[in-house]
Design a protein around this ligand. Structure first.
Ligand code: IPE
Ligand code: IPE
Ligand code: MG
Length: 182
């Protein structure tokens, strides 16, 4: 009964920063270090797939400054670390509508996906601009566009999560018990 897939809704960063007398963005910044540790531990435990809910379709309602900070953080991280990620066998995959992201982070993510495409140790799915409702609607639109028959099989083929087994565990940090459109 091995674990194939762990999904994490990474919540509570803002509160964590505030509680320490710092900013919400300080919490986000520290969150990056936590992700690094998570990925390292997952590799050690031989968990082949890790999904991290990073930015939801609802998160666009946040103040522009916070959104910009989050995207910048992700972008800078990948620019700095992508070669190390590849060296460590970490394959980056994105779940969500990447097209609607600002150009800089979009290009950076596309490059990271391409550079890491042959990595074999672990797949890290970043759910960015992701929402389960959007995923369902998008799959339906793809079926229409490609004029495919509406069946479970075709529906699944058009999900962002195609070829990915369901998570064995879903963890939400920060204390809330909800899915937030995951
Ligand atoms: C991180 O936690 C989740 C992201 C959208 C980056 P939050 O930013 O939601 O922090 P809390 O829940 O307000 O503390
Ligand atoms: C869930 O956290 C989404 C992510 C971690 C990306 P939120 O803080 O955005 O969700 P709500 O607003 O508490 O439901
Ligand atoms: Mg939150």
């Amino acid at each position: 009964n091995r674990i194939n897939h762990i999904a994490i809704i990474m919540d509570g960063n803002g509160r964590w920063g505030k509680k320490r007398g710092k900013s919400r963005n300080y919490g986000h910044l520290k969150g990056v270090g936590v992700i690094e540790r998570l990925v390292k531990e997952s590799i050690k435990l031989k968990i082949p797939i890790l999904t991290l809910y990073t930015f939801s379709t609802e998160n666009w309602k946040r103040p522009r400054r916070e959104i910009d900070f989050l995207f910048k953080l992700i972008e800078e991280y990948f620019y700095k670390e992508i070669n190390n990620l590849v060296k460590n066998g970490i394959k980056i995959n994105i779940l969500g509508n990447i097209k609607k992201l600002p150009k800089k982070i979009k290009n950076c993510l596309i490059k990271s996906i391409s550079k890491s495409k042959n990595c074999k140790k672990i797949i890290v799915n970043l759910a960015i601009n992701y929402g389960s409702k959007y995923e369902i609607l998008n799959a339906y639109k793809q079926l229409e566009r490609k004029n495919e028959k509406i069946s479970f099989k075709n529906f699944e083929k058009n999900l962002y999560t195609k070829n990915i087994p369901n998570p064995d565990f879903l963890i939400r940090t920060g204390g809330e018990k909800r899915l937030s459109n995951f």
